[in-house]
Structures are given as C-alpha cells and as structure tokens.
Design a protein around this ligand. Structure first.
Ligand SMILES: Cc1cc2nc3c(=O)[nH]c(=O)nc-3n(C[C@H](O)[C@H](O)[C@H](O)COP(=O)(O)OP(=O)(O)OC[C@H]3O[C@@H](n4cnc5c(N)ncnc54)[C@H](O)[C@@H]3O)c2cc1C
Length: 378
C-alpha cells in the first residue's frame, strides 16, 4: 500500500466518522479492505467499456463497478436484440453483440469488474483523489474516477403489492434464488416465478429442477422469448414440472406467526381468484435506471447531466471525468459514438496526469509497437 493511499484512507476515516458517527466502526472495517486504483470506472455500458479500452491503450489498468449483474448498459438492458446502424465502420450490429465485441476488445487489459453493486457515495480527499463506496460495502481509493452512468444505475423493478417487499431476501428475491434453494435442498420447495420478460422465462426453466413445485405467473397473454426458450418452457409444462398461470398477483397471506408468506393471491385472466401456496418468490420484472444525486458528490449539473470541459471531459472536480449519456457540454448528443470519443480524450488526459514526466503522444494501433504490446499482439 503506498503512502498516498493510506493518507486518503485516514482522511476518509475522518470524513466518514463525522458523517456517520454511529456507524464509524463498520466503515472503518470496510476501509481495512479499501481497494486502491489509479482509475475507477463507474458504469459498464458501452461508454464505460470503451473507457477501459482507451485506458488500456495508455497502459492504465482500472476497476469497473456496475449495478447490474452484467455489462452492456442500455444496449443490453433495453434493446439487446435490436440493430444499431451508426457505429463507425460497422453497417449494422445488434446492441447485445456490440457489447460482446466491446468485451472482446478490452480482454487484453483485464479490468477488475465488480457487478451487482451501485456506487452510492463519492468524496474527495485533500490529496486530490477520491473515495467511493458501493452498496455492497466495498470502498475504493482512486486517483481518478470516470463516471459513465448513462441513464442511471439499473435496478430491479420491485413488486407493487402492499407489504410484500418486507420479505425481500428472506422469501422474495429479485435476482438470484439459488442460495435459499440450496439451503433448503432437503425440504419440499414451492417456488413462484413472476414476470413477462424473456429473462423471467429463462429463470423459471433454470429454477425448476431445484424445487418441488414451480408456478410461473405472467401478466401478458402472449409470452415473448426466443423460439428455443418457448419450446423449452412448453416441454417443462407438458412434463408438469412448471405450472403456468396468466394472471396478476394481487396480495399475499402470512402464516400464524406473520413472519412468513404462506400464499400468494392471484387473479387469473378469467378473473378467477387463486390462492397459491409458496415458499419462495422470484420476481423478474425487468430493471429500470435511477440516477444518483450528483450534487451530493459536489458535481455541477445542467438538467441532471454533469457539466464537463469538452477538451478532456473532466467535471468541476479535478480527476473526476464524466463520459457518455450522463455528461453535458454545448452540442452534446447522447450517442454511443460521441461517448467513444469522450472516453478517448479522457484517457489521454488521465495518462498525462498519471505520468507527468512523460509526454503523451498520439500513437496509431496500426504502427505502434508499444500499443501492440499492450494489446498482447507482439
Ligand atoms: C431503444 C434505444 C435505442 C438506441 N439506439 C441507439 C443507436 O442506434 N445509436 C446510438 O448511438 N445510440 C443509441 N441509443 C442510445 C445509447 O444506448 C446510449 O447513448 C448509450 O447506451 C449510452 O452509454 P453509456 O455507457 O453512457 O450509458 P448506459 O448504456 O446507460 O450504461 C450506464 C451503466 O452504468 C450503470 N450505473 C449507473 N450508475 C451507476 C452507479 N452509481 N453504480 C454502478 N453502476 C452504475 C448502469 O447500471 C448502466 O449499466 C439507444 C437507446 C435506446 C434506449
């Protein structure tokens, strides 16, 4: 651990202790495990991924934090199977495939990816760096941050049934249900999977072997998924491994202790009420983006977008860069190719700052042996 980072930590301890006096011990515990990095990229959408590539070309490694369990941002979450026609040099590419290609492109640089956690707090240190804390308690000490937060952190859409979210992580899950099912492997388990997305159908198919009874409840009359997924679902229904209900969850009842959901109330599309016994619920209702409150991070904004200097895409905080859909400057367009340009210039600026004694020349990947070495080609 270098001197700079321990200074950052000491300072952050004071800030955190002042702000969260009652919680300071917990935060100090986290700080024992602070991850030091030259650059922390927040967001693994197309712009965050291309930022990793441009930093890699400059010989700079980084950590990436992403709220979702996977990369791709809007491209994967909102329109993975739709074609994009305005990526330079590629006449058309599916948005999901663009993400796959970006991941292949950054592979030589081995970024450290931290999924399923949102950066909830960022503070400056007097030494000019940053401390960032995630929703799962990881603390990063970074000399530079690149925020590529797009439309905001994607989080699971929650069930709108009064009182049910109090059971989240005990009986109700929004992402993964394998752990509770493994723990209860010897018991008979009745699982209800809810949702209309192809992801919900996949989850029902994958969860079915791990439970004794699986009911898949969907609201839309027509299920939309790949022909293979629909065929697999039908096989499970025919084999009575999955029961299908087209309807809406309207409520739930608890057992005598009030501590456990025993039944879900469902109204099916014939307006019949069904009382469905349940042990675990897996709700896959999609994800929606939520923006952080950036004024808490001392960033200057224009209509919820963060002001940047268009020569290098640095914000009002030195060392804090903002690229992609979330930034603002005169003439800004929310397009992937604009984000790619922003990532390139941000990487040059970060390189100049991290290596002040060495001029940062423009080099071509076609001809530079240094860049080709970094790409693992020579
Ligand atoms: C239907 C549709 C079609 C489109 N078609 C095109 C097109 O044809 N061409 C084009 O150029 N553009 C298109 N766009 C726009 C394009 O998708 C966006 O410009 C692009 O996704 C922006 O990339 P980004 O990396 O800035 O943000 P995003 O793609 O939004 O990714 C941001 C990521 O950051 C994560 N994140 C945010 N905050 C946090 C946090 N605090 N902690 C951890 N993670 C966080 C989010 O979960 C998300 O994964 C389209 C958009 C839509 C919705």
């Amino acid at each position: 651990m270098d001197k700079d980072s321990s200074n950052h930590r000491d300072c952050y301890t004071i800030i955190v202790q002042r702000k969260y006096n009652h919680l300071s011990q917990t935060y100090c515990d986290h700080m024992q495990n602070t991850i030091d990095t030259n650059v922390l990229v927040i967001g693994a959408g197309p712009c965050g991924l291309f930022q990793v590539f441009q930093l890699g070309l400059q010989g700079i490694g980084c950590h990436v934090i992403e709220a979702l369990p996977h990369p791709g941002g809007q491209c994967v979450e909102l329109y993975a199977d739709k074609p994009i026609y305005d990526i330079p040099g590629i006449p058309h590419i599916l948005a999901g495939e663009l993400t796959t290609q970006l991941l292949a492109q950054i592979k030589p640089f081995s970024p450290v990816m931290h999924y399923q956690q949102t950066v909830i707090e960022v503070s400056q240190t007097p030494q000019g760096g940053f401390m960032a804390t995630t929703s799962s308690g990881k603390v990063f000490s970074a000399s530079n941050i690149v925020l590529a937060a797009g439309a905001g952190a994607f989080n699971a859409v929650k069930m709108r049934v009064d009182g049910i979210n109090a059971f989240e992580n005990s009986q109700l899950f929004y992402s993964d249900i394998s752990e509770p099912l493994m723990q209860s492997a010897s018991e008979k388990m009745r699982v209800v999977v809810i949702g209309d997305t192809p992801d919900a159908i996949d989850a029902a198919i994958q969860t079915s072997p791990a439970c004794t009874q699986l009911t898949y409840v969907h609201r839309k009359r027509r299920l939309s998924a790949s022909p293979q997924a629909l065929a697999s679902l039908q096989t499970h229904i025919d084999a009575k491994r999955i029961e299908l209900i087209n309807g809406k969850i309207t409520g739930f009842t608890t057992d005598d202790t009030n501590k456990k959901i025993s039944h879900l109330s469902v109204v099916d599309n014939n307006k019949q009420e069904i009382n469905l016994p349940v042990d675990y619920i897996l709700a896959r209702l999609g994800n929606s983006p939520k923006l952080n409150n950036f004024s808490d991070w001392n960033l200057q904004t224009t209509r919820h977008n963060i002001n940047v200097e268009p020569a290098c895409f640095q914000s009002n905080l030195p060392g804090f860069y903002v690229i992609g859909d979330i930034n603002f400057y005169p003439g800004k367009r929310k397009l992937i190719l604009c984000g790619f340009h922003e990532a390139t210039l941000a990487a040059f600026d970060i390189a100049a700052k991290l290596k002040p004694d060495k001029p940062v020349h423009t080099q071509y990947t076609t001809t530079s042996t240094e860049l080709q070495q970094r790409l693992g080609l020579t």
